[in-house]
Design a protein around this ligand. Sequence first.
Ligand code: GCU
Length: 648
Amino acid sequence: MKNWEQCWLPDEENREECAVRCEGFDPSGSHRVLSTATEELKRYGRFPKDAEVLIVLDDKLPPESYAYDSGTLKLTVADERGAVYGAFHILREQKIHGGTSPSFGPCIPDNPFRMLNHWDNMDGSIERGYAGLSFFFKDGRILNGDRIRDYARLVASVGINAVVINNVNVKGDATWLISDRYYRDLSELSNTLSLYGIRLFLSLNYAACMDIGGLDNADPLDPGVISWWKERMKEVFENIPNLGGFLVKADSEGRPGPFTYQRTQADGANMLAEAVREYGGTIIWRCFVYNCMQDWRDRKTDRARAGYDNFIGTDGDYADNVILQIKNGPMDFQIREPVSPLFGGLKKTNMMLEVQIAQEYTGQQIDVCYLIPLFKEVLGYHTEAPDAEGDTVAEIIAAKAKGHRVTPGMSGIAAVSNMGDDPNWTGSDLAQANLYGFGRLAFDTSLSAEQIAREFLAQIWPGKAEEVLLPILLTSRATYEKYTVPLGIGWMVRPATHYGPSVDGYEYDRWGTYHRADHLGVGVDRTDAGTGYAAQHGPAWKKIYEDTDACPEELLLFFHRVLYTDRLRSGKTLIQHIYDTHFEGVSEVEANMESIRSLEGILPEKIYGRIMERMERQLYNAKEWRDQVNSYFFRKSGIPDEQGRMIY
Ligand code: GCU
């Protein structure tokens, strides 16, 4: 008996298997991925009795795409992966429409890379994991088996085609993943993933040549280092089939990197890229490089600037099998940040967007926070100017933007995973919507947050539950933002765990995360008069961000220091806005709880119980946030709430 659930996927029922015929595929090939597609249709498809589904190869279609004609039951596919995605699309439509799927397509993925980054450690723990333990690793060993197969099935069903299985912070045993200690187990795991068209990636320790290779340095231009990596990569690719390449966190938060040797990030990335080139490997190099040993007294150094400052000078220097992976904002997955200026800034570099569906700063899969609206904002952001064309983040990562020179097929989107070995995979049942939504959005960035939520709910909890849960999901990001951190300033979380409020938790620390509140006002001046960060966005956005009247209000405190008595566009003072939003946020959580109560007896008991238990914790958390933030600003400013509500 499996002790885990199948989420949105169709349950196996005792139905007659349909016939599936394939046409156009080379008869001498093994077609393991195609077999997966036919198996899915046979076991889970609902077709008229005696029907035959036809999967036809059409090499005129772009990679991974497909189209379906419901009249003839013909699924036309570009390749085997296209067959898997097409099959899951049919199953999805059948589930939503109570049996039959309409015709659709051609469906062409927007992004070549649609990736999950797992931050799993080899002892079984997960960095920023909120859904149990790792299903990839335990006690230094690699796990394989049914759970991995169901994992692959689940994520392939929403179009994921690449996964990194280990934490970006590569230490201890994980450094040895590129050694014969793990080749056999990794190749088994990789084979399982490959059944669903998923390529395996590993996070790499940049200093592996020292830690396991015995070299005395990791200088990317040192011939000894270069040849160590060349040999090692030959061995690794010979032993692990279906390996796509590596993800590297270098020179960041204590991890080693090329800066130690006065080399650029490009020197480091290119050295590794050369070593994997022969095997079609890709190096995904993260831009999360900043000084985490800052002095809080220093007002000139601005962490928000770091990514751009460290990488912009290397634009055009990267090998064509390197992709820079850039977090959506310049800080670190806060509930509100501007979009990273690197997307618009880099013009001759392959890029991938990194988002986080693990809700590290957004409620940790306790508080409901449907993140697709946030991701939509990022994807839709115009990097040049609000009215420019061909310059959105979605277009840039799909390699369709104007004025960007990139390697075809070398871009896309990655999410830090929110999965673990909990029975429902994501701890919170509602957090499944982020996993589902990320995959769907990565495949088709034109889908709206609402379409995705509807689709998700219609498959998993249709009817009354869908009606109740849809508005909760769609407003959850705004609700969370209201009761937590005001107007884009970020942080204010408890250090280390990052759950719950601690307004000054990071204020006098080394991490570069300050709100600078005093008795008169709050916010960081990032105009030219301050840290100068706004200018990284180019002239059009600089003008907007630097002008308090034009700056998007939700980012006001990110870009400006504002007095408590200053008026916002609503006519309210800043301080009153802070008080009001915090009271509103808690009321919204209370209202959500009330409406979810109406689902008792409608949702399966176990799921209802799990959701309510988390809602209780969310409400407790929301009240803590409200009362701590409001009291903090009341005590700093001495200005009472106009409505005389309770502030401590
Ligand atoms: C955040 C997070 C870390 C993580 C890091 C990263 O800082 O708190 O746990 O390692 O991001 O993205 O590398």
